[in-house]
Design a protein around this ligand. Structure first.
Ligand SMILES: [Zn+2]
Length: 232
C-alpha cells in the first residue's frame, strides 16, 4: 500500500492543494490527519481511515437510532450512486464525493462533510471524518434522550387509555423530533447569544475542538501506525 509522508505536507503545498480542490473553509483542520488526507487526495491514493474499536454493546445504540439511520443510509446510498467516489463504514455509513462531481464543484465545495445520523456525506479526501464522527456521537446521545422521553410520554398516553394512533405519536414526536430538532436548537441558541449561527453552535464548537492536533492524533489510532514516518 502506498503511504503518505507527513513531512512533505508544507503549508504552501497545502495551499495549492486547497486551491485545486476548493477547500478553504476549515483552516483549523490543517492538522496532521487533514494534511495526510489532502496529500493522499492530491496523489490519487487512498489514506487509511482510523480503525475504531467499539465494544459489542455499542450496537445497542441502534435501538434508538434505527429510524434515523434507515433514512440516513438510504440517502447515503442515493448520493453514492449519483456522485460517490467511495462508500465505507466508520461509526456509520459514509459516502465520499468524487472531486469532479457537481456538488463538489458547486454548492458543496465549501463544505467538508455533513453528518446525517450514523454516517453521512464527505467532501473529496474525507478530511473532515474525525469532525463528522463527533457529530455522530452527539446524535447518538440526543436520540437516546429523545427515545427515553418518547417512552415516558408513551407510558402517560397508555395510562390515559389513548388509542394506538395517539400512543404512536406520543412515542414518535419526542423520539424522532430529537433527531430533527437538536441541530436547529443549537443554531437557534447561538443566534440568541448573538454568535455566528454555524460557528457559535455548541455542537460545532465541540466538533471543531476535537480536530485540533493532539486529539486528532489520538483519533488516528491504527492509521497512524500504518504510516511510516521514519522518525518520531
Ligand atoms: Zn460540524
Amino acid at each position: 500500500m502506498k503511504t503518505v509522508n507527513l513531512e512533505q505536507a508544507t503549508d504552501s503545498a497545502l495551499d495549492l492543494i486547497g486551491e485545486q480542490f476548493n477547500i478553504k473553509r476549515f483552516p483549523r483542520e490543517k492538522n496532521r490527519s487533514y494534511r495526510c488526507r489532502m496529500l493522499a487526495l492530491a496523489r490519487g491514493i487512498d489514506f487509511p481511515d482510523p480503525q475504531l474499536h467499539r465494544p459489542w454493546y455499542w450496537w445497542l445504540t441502534f435501538l434508538w437510532t434505527w429510524q434515523a439511520d434507515a433514512l440516513s443510509m438510504f440517502a447515503v446510498l442515493l448520493i453514492h450512486m449519483a456522485w460517490g467516489r467511495s462508500m465505507f463504514w466508520s461509526d456509520g455509513l459514509w459516502v465520499e464525493l468524487r472531486a469532479n462531481c457537481w456538488p463538489a464543484r458547486t454548492w458543496y465545495r465549501q463544505w467538508g462533510g455533513t453528518t446525517f445520523c450514523h454516517g453521512g456525506m464527505l467532501g473529496p479526501g474525507r478530511a473532515s471524518l474525525t469532525h463528522e464522527r463527533h457529530h455522530v456521537e452527539q446524535t447518538e446521545a440526543r436520540m437516546l434522550a429523545g427515545f427515553i422521553m418518547g417512552l415516558a410520554s408513551l407510558v402517560v398516553a397508555l395510562l390515559f387509555g389513548s388509542g394506538p394512533g395517539h400512543c404512536l405519536l406520543a412515542l414518535e414526536i419526542p423520539w424522532f423530533g430529537s433527531w430533527l430538532l437538536g441541530y436547529g436548537a443549537s443554531v437557534g441558541q447561538a443566534c440568541l447569544r448573538g454568535e455566528d449561527p454555524y460557528a457559535g453552535s455548541h455542537l460545532e464548537e465541540a466538533a471543531y475542538a476535537l480536530t485540533e492536533d493532539d486529539l486528532a492524533d489520538h483519533e488516528m489510532g491504527d492509521a497512524q501506525n500504518a504510516r511510516p514516518t521514519g522518525k518520531k
